[in-house]
Structure formats: structure tokens, C-alpha cells
Design a protein around this ligand. Structure first.
Ligand SMILES: Nc1ncnc2c1ncn2[C@@H]1O[C@H](COP(=O)(O)OP(=O)(O)O)[C@@H](O)[C@H]1O
Ligand SMILES: [Mg+2]
Length: 251
């Protein structure tokens, strides 16, 4: 049974960058398959991981809506969509990628979320680690897509606003009755350790990691270059890899 790792936090804090670096770290060290899930409709995990043109769940759903005849007669629509998702997963070196994408019609987003949720059981059986890079808002938590969460990682910057919104995510998870086995806070783009205002204790956080600001990361991102090109000795890469080793010591 795989670990489901949910990454949440306010937009721009570094969720996608940290997700990608955790995926690359686990892909290198993990015994067992790693699946990266880009669950942000304004997705860019794909670019961060250096993969181009990954198919999306939204594409599959849109195709079935446009051409219902593609569904074989002996198979229901939902079963066909699930089958297509499993066969369309992008395979890369050491990890696979599943992208939710952006649906064309209004109101379809909920449906895609439901599709992802119903695929989860099989994915959890197939992969050792599933890392889900979420959108900025809390929609995923409220839609209960992330029921089966082993580790919740909330990413924040070091500002008061950022830390307040991180605290809200931890509180919301409790209100929704989602019980991640472990909770971590990544305070990103910092120069040194910061006071989190007692959040560690209040929100039952297992550990807080401080990730340094790394100009090379900004540079690569501005050029649209994959994080796999980030040098091994980059300050951010080293800090995230180290955090991964603390969270999953037995890889
Ligand atoms: N530790 C860091 N040092 C420097 N730049 C960073 C760091 N973490 C993230 N960034 C940059 O911040 C921006 C937002 O990061 P991103 O991962 O896309 O955030 P999110 O997914 O939360 O919206 C990107 O340009 C990224 O390259
Ligand atoms: Mg993102």
C-alpha cells in the first residue's frame, strides 16, 4: 500500500517546486514506483519535471464527451475513462506522471476530481509513493479527494500572511475529518529559521523544515528549464532532499 503525499499551500509559495524536487529525490532513491499527480488546473508540475505534452484526465473526459462512440459497448463511460487514465499515464525515468488538466466546459472540474478519486484505490495499490501537487485553494480538501492522505505537507513563505494561511489549511483538514498520519510544514524561501508562532504544537505538526531561497531556482523557472537540471549542490535541492530523507528514512 502506497503513501499518499498531499502538498498544499497558498499560490506562489513553492508547492510545485517542492513537489518536483521530492519526486526527483524519491525516484532516485525509492524502492518502488513513484507517481507524481499534477492536480492543479493551472498546472506546471509537468514542466518542472521536464516532461512535455503529458496527456491529461481533462483531455480524456473531453474526448469522451465529444465522441461518446469511443466508449466500447460492453464498458460503461466511467470504467472506460478509468481504463484510459491508467493506460495514458506518462512514464519517465524513475517516476510516472498523471495530470488532471483543465476541463473545457464549466462545472466539469468536479467531475474530474471525482474521476481522480475513484482511480485512487488502484493507484495506491500500484505505486509506493503518490505525490499530489494541489491547486492554491482548498478545493481538494473540501472535495475530499485526498481522504487517503498519509503525509500532508503544507508549504508557506515566511510572511505572516503565508503562515496564517498554512495554519488555516491544517485547521481545515481537522474540520473535514481528514486524518493524515503525519503533518509537515515547509517554510520556503527563507534566509534562516523563523518563529512559526506556535504552529508546530497548535497544528500537531511532526516537523518544520526551512528551505532556503535559491536564486538558481528562480533563474531556471524564468527560463522554463526543468528542475532536473538544478545542480545537485543547489541550496534548495539539498534542503528538500534532506527533508525527504528525514520524512522517509527507510528508502
Ligand atoms: N526556495 C526557492 N528559491 C527561489 N525561488 C523559489 C524557491 N521556491 C520556489 N521558487 C520560485 O517561486 C515561484 C513559485 O513557485 P511554485 O513552485 O510555482 O509555487 P506554487 O506551486 O506554490 O504556486 C517559481 O518561480 C519558483 O521557481
Ligand atoms: Mg503550483
Amino acid at each position: 500500500m502506497g503513501d499518499v503525499i498531499v502538498i498544499g499551500g497558498k499560490g506562489g509559495t513553492g508547492k510545485t517546486t517542492i513537489s518536483a524536487l521530492l519526486v526527483l529525490g524519491l525516484a532516485k532513491k525509492a524502492q518502488g514506483a513513484v507517481l507524481a499527480v499534477d492536480a492543479d488546473p493551472n498546472s506546471n508540475l509537468c514542466d518542472a519535471l521536464g516532461l512535455k505534452d503529458a496527456g491529461t484526465i481533462a483531455d480524456i473526459v473531453d474526448e469522451v464527451a465529444r465522441k461518446p462512440e469511443v466508449v466500447p459497448q460492453n464498458m460503461g463511460k466511467d470504467a472506460f475513462i478509468e481504463y484510459k487514465i491508467h493506460s495514458d499515464i506518462t512514464e519517465s525515468e524513475g517516476f510516472d506522471l498523471l495530470v488532471m488538466g483543465r476541463p473545457e466546459g464549466p462545472g466539469c472540474y468536479c467531475y474530474i476530481n471525482n474521476v481522480l478519486r475513484s482511480c485512487m484505490a488502484k493507484l495506491i495499490a500500484d505505486y509506493r509513493y503518490i505525490i499530489i501537487d494541489n491547486e492554491a485553494g482548498l478545493e481538494h480538501f473540501s472535495r475530499k479527494t485526498t481522504r487517503a492522505c498519509s503525509e500532508l505537507i503544507v508549504v508557506s513563505d515566511a510572511t505572516q500572511v503565508g503562515l496564517r494561511s498554512a495554519r488555516r489549511i491544517f485547521e481545515l483538514v481537522d474540520e473535514l475529518g481528514i486524518s493524515p498520519k503525519r503533518r509537515f510544514l515547509f517554510v520556503n524561501k527563507v534566509e534562516r529559521q523563523k518563529d512559526t508562532g506556535g504552529m508546530e504544537k497548535d497544528c500537531k505538526i511532526d516537523k518544520v523544515f526551512f528551505i532556503p531561497y535559491d536564486p538558481v531556482v528562480t533563474e531556471l523557472s524564468a527560463k522554463g528549464v526543468s528542475l532536473s537540471c538544478l545542480p545537485q549542490d543547489s541550496a534548495m535541492r539539498q534542503a528538500v532532499v534532506k527533508a525527504g530523507e528525514v520524512i522517509w528514512p527507510k528508502n
